[in-house]
Design a protein around this ligand. Structure first.
Ligand SMILES: CN1c2c(nc(N)[nH]c2=O)NC[C@@H]1CNc1ccc(C(=O)N[C@@H](CCC(=O)N[C@@H](CCC(=O)N[C@@H](CCC(=O)O)C(=O)O)C(=O)O)C(=O)O)cc1
Ligand SMILES: N[C@@H](CCS)C(=O)O
Ligand SMILES: [Zn+2]
Length: 823
């Protein structure tokens, strides 16, 4: 049925809305409940009770913070593990190896099954994990083929809607939209030649239609379908195909089903129409729907495409994306008059308090587009920021109750709860005029002014050093001279073996650090414990026969937070946890001022490790791009300038490591690919400054110092040129799951430096056999000059246990020896 375009709907979410909320819990309650369930300390009922409590607390809190509890403004965005896996469960679309996990009665995945698909079992590998757009969140990649079962199999979303309703809040269920779900899926191993997951669009859309009917039946006024794939033009998907998929999917979901009209809600919120579906909000976070410089209304204008469908509302990202333009009369967007535009002006991706007056202007500048209504929202889900800045006190230890954040900084920040407040203020300003919120606007302008003028935001000495840089500071000497000098110094065998840096972060290590944080262990005792760990790790590596050793990174809580704690210009939080994947969380540091290094950060650990062995020990640093990518960065200067400040601090650390006798320094850049812009037009500039900052960090190294870098958690095809541009002597890359796919690509691009394609998939508890590692190594040396090849795992070992790591590394060394003998 086609929606009558003359129908005047009540504007959607007049009090403002958010696209999603953190689900891990203010005290990581979900992490604890899920990990307890995994370990067998609690059962499925305990888990459901803990999760249900968290969900109810969350929706009530959002209502208390000012979102309308009756009109679908509160998102229902809970997940036990991952929102993409949730759609796999919704559809029962598990790969054949997990078919037995599906409940034969109702087609659903019970909690065990759901987590098994995420984490694997025995020989059955879990779904692959990869970056969620340009965030530090990782989703599970669905595997789809012609024979993957697809139906409306799991009713969790409907149950959770009813649960929230029972708790007094009418939520808006949130799920990944059908087009993005399939665009992010990969063809399963059993798929036929030329199959693309989008070939199953009709089946997926039919299942979504069933879900929408079920939601309508329980009276849900709204549903949110996230379609961030529409803000990118960098995937390998044919854009024409993507557009056709959007048109097909939303014709079936929006046009062919009778919509609920939230305006007809009765007092209890129950719709009285014969609705076949809730009203639909399509959300498009992480960028603009119109590519920079492309004509409005042109074939690649995704806003025009969505506006031409019968969905009731579209949420656009006005932090990463520009204000769109329309190709209709007077600059309007055809089709938008019947829709609400949710102006995503509050940044869901960063933690700065909004300058409300400036954000209001952006929201108001949408008016010429001719939307039926404009309201205010966040640019993305708030999944990517911590819960509450007002919570930033230490929970326990000697600092219990003390503010973790400088109060000055506190005033400049907005975490999820504060952002909800900002949304409600801005929505009110849009609806009633700015006078209605004059006080809030003035307070936010004052905070912005205080931040601009604060000591430490601009440090003249840092600026002067940057201004004096010349091209020479970004370049090392000739590569062949470096190779000769390093060969003479290090005397390594062919196919040298090494690891990526971290060894397992055992319970003992974490417990010691927790005791240190609580004041139960003093500095000296903590250092002694960590040095003992370093010694154990060095002895183990010698025993294993590795060629280039590491100190194991036991002293690092997190590879980025550790550096941020020691650099001026950063603040760290006590409770600012953000989900990175599954139950794993990080506390991204807040980079608020000019960056400098008061003193050496890693030298004592590396020097100590080197003192224990004659083998070379790698100094271990995190690169500037990764430090920025995994921090909340300042938004008042170009990212490239900030990157160079961090690079200079690292450059000084490299010099100190060299002076301490360290001959190999690794500067990790696992996030190099992550920050690659989602629009091609923006990529060259990014690659210029990101590669430049790495070179600035490392180019001070002497020819005889071997510089390594490490990249992971990404597909590297699009950054092969950049990998070469880094000019590192050796680059280790995640490659085991893709079976060395990157090696021939590097060879084809003429790459002629050392390369360590990972031969041990550290994301899985599986221990690879010597034969498997040998096979991968043979693949590598077949594609690229064997004299360039290094042998190493895919990534650091911190999330694994020794029971797996020891045998896996033994097999890795044995495989290296076997292949070495044959070249
Ligand atoms: C390599 N990856 C990283 C990313 N981002 C980072 N910032 N860091 C990374 O390493 N992105 C891409 C990938 C994948 N992502 C992750 C993210 C997170 C983890 C991980 O293992 N996280 C741990 C927490 C790590 C940490 O900060 N630990 C601290 C505090 C530990 C803690 O919770 N302590 C307890 C008490 C201790 C106890 O008794 O056990 C507490 O406070 O209650 C530390 O070690 O001091 C996690 O568990 O979530 C991996 C890959
Ligand atoms: N050196 C780090 C890199 C992780 S990407 C580690 O080994 O954990
Ligand atoms: Zn890594």
């Amino acid at each position: 049925m086609t929606t009558d375009p003359t129908t005047t709907r009540r504007p959607a979410f007049p009090g403002g809305t958010i696209l999603g909320y953190p689900r891990i819990g203010r005290r990581r309650e979900l992490k604890k409940a899920v990990e307890s369930f995994w370990s067998g300390r609690s059962d499925a009922v305990d888990l459901e009770i803990a999760a249900g409590t968290l969900r109810r607390d969350t929706v009530r809190r959002l209502a208390a913070l000012g979102l309308d509890p009756d009109d679908g403004s509160v998102p229902g965005s809970f997940s036990y593990y991952d929102q993409v896996l949730d759609v796999v469960a919704l559809l029962g679309a598990v790969p054949a190896r997990f078919a037995d996990l599906i409940d034969p009665d109702d087609g659903s995945l019970e909690p065990e099954g759901y987590f098994t698909v995420a984490r694997g079992r025995g020989e059955d590998a879990p779904l692959e994990m990869t970056k969620w757009f340009d965030t530090n969140y990782h989703y599970l990649v669905p595997e789809i083929s012609e024979s993957t079962p697809i139906s409306f199999a799991d009713h969790r979303i409907v149950r959770e809607y009813a649960e929230a309703k029972e708790a007094g809040v009418t939520t808006r269920p949130v799920l990944v939209g059908p087009v993005t779900f399939l665009a992010l899926s990969k063809a399963a191993d059993d798929a036929g030649e030329g199959f693309h997951p989008l070939d199953r669009l009709d089946d997926v859309v039919a299942a979504y239609a069933e879900l929408l009917r079920a939601l309508a039946a329980v009276g849900a006024p709204w549903v949110q379908l996230d379609e961030p794939v529409l803000v990118t033009d960098t995937g390998d998907l044919d854009p024409e195909r993507l557009r056709a998929a959007v048109a097909t999917a939303y014709r079936a979901l929006a046009t062919d089903l009778v919509p609920a009209d939230p305006a007809q809600d009765d007092a209890d919120g129950d719709t009285e129409t014969e609705a076949e579906r809730p009203a639909i909000l399509v959300a498009t976070p992480f960028g603009g729907l119109q590519a920079p410089g492309r004509p409005a209304g042109g074939p690649d204008d995704a806003l025009a495409l969505l506006a031409a469908t019968d969905v009731e509302a579209i949420a656009i990202d006005l932090v990463r994306g520009a204000v769109p333009t329309g190709a209709g009369p007077g600059g309007t967007v055809p089709g938008l008059a019947t829709k609400t535009l949710v102006a995503g002006v509050v940044d869901g991706h960063n933690v700065w308090r909004s300058d409300l007056a400036a954000r209001l202007e952006v929201a108001e500048s949408l008016r010429p587009l001719g939307a039926g209504a404009v309201t205010v929202g966040t640019s993305t889900s708030l999944l990517h920021v911590p819960h509450d800045v007002d919570d930033e006190t230490f929970d326990d230890g000697p600092d219990a109750g003390r503010l973790a954040l400088d109060p000055r900084l506190r005033d400049w920040l907005a975490f999820a709860d504060q952002k909800v407040g900002e949304v409600t203020v801005l929505a009110r300003a849009v609806a009633e005029g700015r006078e209605a919120v004059a006080e809030a606007l003035a307070a936010s302008s004052a905070a912005a002014a205080s931040r601009r003028a604060a000591t430490g935001v601009v440090v003249p000495a840092v600026r002067d050093r940057l201004a004096r840089l010349s091209d020479g500071d970004f370049a090392r000497g000739a590569h062949d001279e470096r190779v000769a000098a390093q060969r003479a110094r290090l005397g390594l065998p062919a196919l040298p073996t090494t690891t990526i840096g971290s060894f397992p972060q055992t319970t003992d290590i974490r417990t010691a650090r927790a005791a240190w944080a609580k004041g139960e262990l003093d500095d000296a005792a903590y250092t002694t414990a960590m040095r003992a760990e370093v010694e154990r790790v060095v002895r183990l590596q010698e025993d294993l026969g590795l060629d280039v050793l590491v100190h194991g990174e036991p002293e690092r809580n997190d590879m980025v937070q550790y550096f941020a704690e020691q650099l001026d210009g950063f603040a760290t939080t006590a409770l600012g946890w953000v989900q990175s994947y599954g139950s794993r969380c990080v506390r991204p540091p807040i980079l608020w001022g000019d960056v400098s290094r008061p003193e050496a950060m890693t030298v004592e650990w590396s020097q100590y490790a080197q003192s224990l062995t004659d083998k070379p020990v790698k100094g271990m640093l995190t690169g500037p791009v990764t430090i920025l990518a995994w921090s909340f960065v300042r938004d008042d200067q170009p990212l490239g300038d900030t990157a160079n400040q961090v690079a200079l601090a690292l450059r000084d650390e490299v010099a100190d490591l060299e002076a301490a006798g360290i001959g190999v320094v690794q500067v990790d850049e696992p996030a190099l690919r992550e920050l690659l812009p989602l629009r091609r037009a923006d990529q060259d500039d990014y690659l210029r400054w990101s590669v430049g900052s790495f070179r600035l960090a490392t180019a001070g190294a002497a020819a005889a110092t071997q510089v390594h870098t490490h990249l992971c958690y990404s597909e590297f095809g699009e950054v092969v040129g950049a990998i070469d541009g880094l000019d590192a002597d050796v680059t280790s890359l995640e490659a085991a799951r893709s079976r060395m796919e990157i090696v021939p690509e590097l060879a084809d691009a003429g790459y002629s430096r050392g390369v360590g394609p990972g031969v041990y998939d550290i994301h899985s508890p599986r221990v690879p056999s010597t034969a498997e590692v040998t096979e991968l190594l043979r693949l590598a040396v077949k594609s690229i000059d064997p004299s360039l090849v290094w042998v190493n795992p895919d990534c650091g070992l911190k999330t694994r246990g020794y029971a797996e790591v020891e045998p896996a590394l033994r097999h890795l060394v044995a495989a290296a020896r076997e292949v070495r003998a044959a070249i």
